[in-house]
Write a new protein. Structure first.
Length: 312
């Protein structure tokens, strides 16, 4: 469990769930875990390892089992289940709750929701939505842009030219996701999703000019709500005598929320066109993911050349 939560009311609206019984605190109920359960064993009385923070879903099998019980037995079943104060009970496939279910829901103040879709669809949809909303996250200083479909996170010291580079990329037809602050969510063990905080979404700050609204200045096609982070480009001032990788054979990564993201350091000097360099970096990153590495191919070609020369 993490520190984030999702309003139950929002989930009901997202999945078009109707309310069979509304708890008195319905508007305040928040779901805090990204798992959903079918309470098969708990209906039989087995509550060992029962996770009370999960939304519970009754499908055709569970409802058929309940149909086989007497009204008195159903009262006991729902009394035990609702005593754990679950966030809500969802009944799928357009099935209607038993009168005993509603009676115990009123007693324990538990919300009952109804879904028309299949059980598997509701469960998978709820889990996907909850995992995205409750994903671990962190905010990093930088600029996130989409270049040829690649999510590039530009980092570096304040004033080094990150925002100016983003503006040049916008002029070249690419898109802005976030400027200055980037909210990063871990949506899977290998994927990070970046977006802008709501307060500064679609805005860029340019020193000497001020804040501009990218959507209104360049059009709606120049912005995007969120994007996968495929690569980090770290911009640093050029230092004489400092070693920089010229071949591109070194594979460097930065760890963000436990996910290793390819990271490239680019030294800047007056006159370097960073926008063009980032376009090349984005295309090169895509090629590497598709299995082609130009630097490795060039290195092997050089090695073959010297091997052949040595044999002569």
């Amino acid at each position: 469990m993490n520190n984030y939560s999702v309003p139950l009311k929002r989930l009901a609206e997202e999945f078009n769930l109707s309310v069979a019984y509304q708890a008195t605190n319905y508007d305040q109920i928040r779901v805090m875990v990204d798992e959903v359960s079918r309470p098969g064993l708990p209906l039989t009385g087995y509550f060992e390892h029962f996770e009370a923070l999960r939304v519970e879903v009754l499908g055709f099998v569970e409802m058929t089992y309940l149909d086989s019980k007497t009204p008195e037995e159903r009262l006991q079943i729902f009394d035990r289940l609702f005593a754990y104060q679950i966030p809500a009970l969802v009944i799928s496939r357009g099935q209607q709750p038993h009168p005993e279910c509603i009676e115990m829901a009123k007693k324990h103040n538990i919300t009952i929701l109804l879904a028309q879709e299949s059980t598997s669809y509701i469960i998978s949809g709820l889990i996907t939505s909850l995992k995205n909303a409750l994903a671990p996250r962190v905010t990093r200083h930088g600029v996130l842009v989409e270049i040829y479909g690649e999510g590039i996170l530009i980092t570096g010291e304040s004033g080094i030219g990150k925002s100016e580079t983003a503006v040049e990329l916008l002029k070249r037809g690419h898109r802005l996701i976030a400027d200055d602050a980037v909210e990063i969510k871990k949506t899977s063990s290998t994927q990070l999703m970046g977006s802008a905080p709501e307060l500064i979404q679609n805005y860029i700050e340019l020193r000497g000019i001020g804040v501009i609204n990218v959507a209104k200045l360049y059009g709606m096609a120049s912005i995007k709500d969120e994007n996968v982070i495929n690569q980090v480009i770290h911009i640093v001032p050029w230092e004489q005598g400092q070693h920089y990788d010229r071949m591109g054979l070194e594979e460097n990564y930065v760890d963000i929320l436990g996910v290793k993201v390819p990271c490239t350091t680019i030294p800047v000097t007056p006159g370097r066109n960073l926008a063009v360099i980032l376009e090349v970096a984005a295309m090169n990153s895509r090629q590497k993911r598709m299995g082609y590495n130009a630097a490795l191919e060039f290195s092997e070609q050089i090695n073959r050349h010297f091997e052949a020369a040595s044999k002569r």
